[in-house]
Design a protein around this ligand. Structure first.
Ligand SMILES: [Ca+2]
Length: 519
């Protein structure tokens, strides 16, 4: 009898075990998600939100979300959680799960900006509004755009560099599965700047996390990006705004006009935008005053500064460290070359991350020596420059990269360079374009804005590619003024560019073809 009862119990527990996966696959209520077990993860809250019809979520204003509060208009389950893979880790993340009947069956994870330790709430809300289960992380620290959090916290630096996004992604998939009773059909990444770097990091380090990645203006070569920024923003202007080398704002406008004069019409359309600045042989020397300094010309010292900014940082042997800014971007230089101090984000990188010394003096910066030091100490952690994307490609993953030609925060040549390295590693342009395409955006600044058509649906193009196998031969971008579209143009897979057909309005995309320009 006893034996019989024992075997009955054993049978029962076996039955329970065999039922367990079935039970896990059943839908769970939002509130029940707090008890989902994930290694290293604590789910702090899970709240069903029923907007009546618009719910304002109070949020502190931040560099990512200057307006603060956020309005959400569809019902969802808001999950707050954190992961602690090391004793010094505290990776906060949120997963926003739309009600099952409105869910499009997919996950969209969103990226961050700079070194900012805050969830990108507007991006989360946008993904949610489009029907995605959405996920975002603070990358493992809570801070504004400075790097002091990394001082004596090497694990937090790793969290920011690659661990936080991976932890968030793995955990989000588990929570999502518990809530809907099934896995997401597909998982996408969407980010720009640091978000672009995070996307490339995922493709390189965790190639099965995502099925598709939108990587805009990626800050993927962090050591060289920051070294280049420190160099450009200080070495050129270390003597301050009263120094001969300083280019005042009105002279930037003079320079900008001259660059346009030299290159705008060359692409066949005089529209205030240089279609492919790399094809523009503009030398600021042409603007040098022939005699005394005047309002319409640059002094010899100012010409030297301009040349340096176009050229970008180099080692003493002439090898490029980071590309320079492109002709056409001059009006945006005010952020980078304001003088007399280098920009905070680059100084903070060297101070807290490279030297680990809050008293590090930027006046000691030596671009040759300190770039090498940054590479040696941090390159393998913070950079995402591995061109080997074989595993991601084999997983069926697709990547759309984009970068504005008028970006004056991260030089667009960096994306051109990474793209070229992938082309070389992955067996040529054709094989690369089977899964990765780079769309350079004429007249766009850092991630958005600018005089050129700069609004476009990269996610839509990516999904069409991944889900219907329709590779993006072009992506239509629009420009609006006062809410009205006044210009449209195809963005083309690099190295192609939009070529005017010669007939019809130059503000209509239909009159352009992607091709290899002769100009
Ligand atoms: Ca033009």
């Amino acid at each position: 009898m006893k034996d019989g009862f024992a075997s009955y119990l054993a049978a029962l527990s076996l039955l329970a075990l065999s039922l367990a996966p079935g039970r896990a696959a059943a839908q769970q209520s939002c509130e029940a998600l707090t008890s989902v077990k994930i290694p290293n993860v604590t789910v702090t809250s899970a709240t069903a939100i029923h907007p009546p019809p618009n719910l304002v979520i109070p949020l502190p204003p931040s560099p990512i979300n200057p307006a603060g509060d956020l309005t959400v208009s569809i019902p969802f389950c808001r999950v707050l959680a954190f992961s602690a893979p090391t004793s010094d880790s505290h990776i906060s993340f949120e997963v926003w799960l739309p009600a099952a009947e409105t869910w499009n069956g997919k996950l969209e994870a969103v990226g961050n900006g700079g070194f900012i330790g805050q969830i990108s709430y507007p991006a989360l809300a946008s993904a949610l509004a489009h029907g995605y289960a959405a996920a975002g992380t603070d990358t493992g620290h809570a801070s504004g755009n400075d790097e002091s959090w990394a001082f004596e916290h090497p694990e937090k630096l790793i969290d920011w560099s690659y661990r936080a996004v991976h932890e968030m992604t793995v955990s989000s998939k588990i929570l999502l599965q518990a809530f809907y009773g099934k896995a997401a059909k597909l998982s996408y990444w969407n980010g720009c700047s640091t978000g672009g770097k995070q996307g490339l990091t995922e493709a390189q380090r965790y190639p099965t996390d995502f099925d598709g990645i939108v990587a805009g203006a990626p800050a993927n070569y962090i050591t060289h990006l920051q070294a280049g920024s420190e160099y450009i923003s200080w070495v050129a202007l270390k003597d301050g705004t009263s120094a001969p080398r300083y280019i005042p704002v009105d002279k930037l406008a003079v320079l900008h006009k001259a660059a346009l004069r030299a290159c705008d019409a060359k692409d066949g359309v005089t529209d205030g935008v240089i279609e492919v600045p790399k094809r523009c042989p503009f030398d600021p020397k042409t603007m040098q005053c022939s005699g005394a300094d005047g309002p319409d010309c640059l002094t010899a010292a100012q010409v030297e500064t301009a040349r340096l900014i176009y050229a970008g940082a180099k080692y003493s042997d002439g090898k490029q460290i980071f590309p320079g800014f492109e002709p056409g971007s001059e009006l945006g230089w005010t952020g980078m070359v304001a003088g007399p101090k280098p920009i905070n984000i680059a100084t903070g990188f060297f101070k807290y991350m490279v030297f680990g010394d809050p008293n590090w003096d930027f006046r000691t910066f030596d671009v040759d020596r300190d770039t090498r030091l940054a590479d040696q100490k941090l390159g393998s952690i913070v950079n995402a420059i591995d061109p080997n994307l074989k595993a991601f490609k084999e997983h069926g993953g697709k990547i759309i990269m984009y970068h504005g030609w008028e970006d004056s925060s991260i030089a667009p040549g960096n994306s051109v360079n990474y793209h070229a390295s992938v082309v070389e590693k992955m067996g040529g342009m054709e094989k690369t374009q089977e899964f990765l395409r780079l769309f350079m955006v004429p007249g766009m600044g850092h991630c958005r804005g600018g005089p050129g058509p700069n609004t476009f649906d990269a996610m839509g193009a990516l999904e069409q590619w991944r889900e219907q196998n329709i590779a993006p031969e072009k992506i239509i971008a629009t420009h609006s003024s006062n809410g009205t579209v006044d210009n449209s143009r195809p963005l083309c897979p690099y190295p192609q560019a939009a070529i005017y057909n010669g007939n019809g309005k130059t503000t209509e995309a239909a009159n352009f073809t992607c091709g290899n320009p002769s100009w």
